[in-house]
Design a protein around this ligand. Structure first.
Ligand SMILES: Nc1ccn([C@@H]2O[C@H](COP(=O)(O)OP(=O)(O)O[C@@H]3[C@@H](O)[C@H](O)[C@@H](O)[C@H](O)[C@@H]3O)[C@@H](O)[C@H]2O)c(=O)n1
Ligand SMILES: O=P([O-])([O-])O[C@@H]1[C@@H](O)[C@H](O)[C@@H](O)[C@H](O)[C@@H]1O
Length: 373
């Protein structure tokens, strides 16, 4: 069973408890001729790499791994340590992790915060005492771990049930890491459904998120050029389709980055910077398609000001009130205006509604900002 949400789920009651001393990943030896579940790649990293990365981000101080030579070699390369059989482990609480379990930090923290022993109902994860942990680590198996008390995963947790289960797990990972809680309506109900199949395909390849950021930028700019220089009704339609494709594809880089645990500050900066240039290119394309007269460029300038200011608000006041003309909406408006051969209307809508929206939000942000003492 899989549970997963971008927000903490019902989870176990958060109680103050002694932190876990370490996590022990019980990575079974591979089946004959097979590969241990821990070394199967899902969405980029191996299951073991995911576990070690998530455990670290959840604040688990140390990760021990049991398993065959290949697993232990991989674990050492990932910064974990091989469990030395024979114990006993020092007194304390330990998080046991099955080698084929996938989970998020929310689930780890929730289990660790649960007072006493607890076992997750959605994947083989359990917080146990030192004696139980020693026995399980020596056996390299979850078999002897008590069945209860039980608690659902507070966030995301599932188990990879063999190579045939990869498709389901990839989809579960997209569900957990693809959409962002801050997604706007167009993004959530139009763009994410469009980017999902592309992301699910790309996570099976070794394409980095930065390359995908550049690709979505180029698609949007290509759409702007076709709109601006095409001059025919069908080039306007094609350009509009490319602009919306670039809009939707702009979510693929982030989805691939989050699913592959490859999000980076550099990528975020590249993404937001190229978005600004793509936005300006699209507006320039519409101005050219409208005739390139002074009035067209004035509308384009006003639309560009709104576009940049709305994004700027997100940068300087991320907790500002919800902005209506966010990029997903603006690019959809531009795409529709191009496809319908109404380029000037696209500029007017973005300029008028965008500047009103920017002034509305800026007004609220400034009113809430502390003044001089
Ligand atoms: N090379 C990269 C690229 C991105 N990241 C990380 O991902 C986020 C960006 O997340 P995402 O790509 O999911 O969404 P984004 O903020 O780009 O918003 C787009 C809108 O621009 C677009 O209009 C809309 O249609 C689309 O659906 C999205 O909402 C980035 O901040 C990084 O944390 C990375 O690490 N490396
Ligand atoms: O929706 P919006 O705020 O105008 O523009 C957004 C930026 O604020 C954000 O930094 C970036 O990651 C998004 O891709 C999008 O470009």
């Amino acid at each position: 069973m899989t549970r997963g949400s971008a927000e903490p789920g019902p989870g176990v009651a958060q109680r103050h408890a002694d932190p876990v001393a370490a996590a022990i990943v019980l990575a079974a030896d591979p089946p004959p001729g097979g590969r241990p579940g821990a070394l199967v790649r899902v969405g980029g990293p191996t299951v073991l790499a995911r576990a070690i990365s998530v455990l670290g981000s959840a604040g688990v101080p140390r990760v021990l791994v049991t398993g065959g030579p290949a697993v232990l070699d991989a674990a050492r390369r990932l910064g974990a340590s091989a469990y030395v059989p024979g114990g006993p482990l020092p007194a304390g609480r330990y998080l046991l992790v099955a080698g084929d379990a996938l989970f998020d930090a929310e689930t780890v923290r929730s289990l660790a915060d649960h007072g006493g022993d607890v076992r997750c109902t959605d994947a083989a994860l359990a917080v146990v005492d030192a004696a139980t942990a020693t026995a399980a680590a020596d056996a390299g198996s979850f078999a002897g771990v008590p069945e209860g008390p039980l608690a659902p995963a507070a966030g995301f947790a599932t188990t990879l049930a063999g190579p045939g289960d990869l498709r389901r797990v990839r989809r579960a990972l997209w569900q957990r890491y693809g959409p962002k809680p801050t997604d706007g309506l167009v993004c959530r109900y139009l763009n994410r459904p469009l980017s999902r199949p592309v992301t699910l395909l790309l996570t099976r390849m070794r394409i980095g998120p930065d390359a995908l950021t550049l690709a979505s930028f180029l698609v949007a700019v290509a759409g702007a050029a076709v709109v601006g220089f095409g001059g025919r009704w069908w080039t306007m339609l094609l350009g509009g389709v490319l602009i919306q494709a670039g809009n939707a594809l702009d979510g693929v880089d982030g989805e691939v980055a989050r699913i592959g645990l490859r999000s980076s500050r550099r990528g975020a900066l590249l993404d937001t910077t190229l978005d600004r240039y793509a936005d300006l290119a699209v507006l320039a394309g519409l101005a050219l398609a409208a005739g390139g007269r002074p009035a067209d460029w004035i509308w384009a300038f006003a639309a560009a000001a709104a576009s940049l200011l709305i994004s700027y608000i997100n940068a300087v006041a991320p907790r500002a009130p919800q902005r209506l003309l966010r990029r997903d909406v603006r690019l959809l408006v531009c795409a529709l205006a191009a496809a319908l051969s109404l380029p000037l209307w696209g500029l007017v809508v973005v300029a008028v509604l965008g500047n009103l929206d920017a002034l509305r939000v800026f007004g609220q942000v400034i009113r809430r900002a502390p003044g001089p003492r």
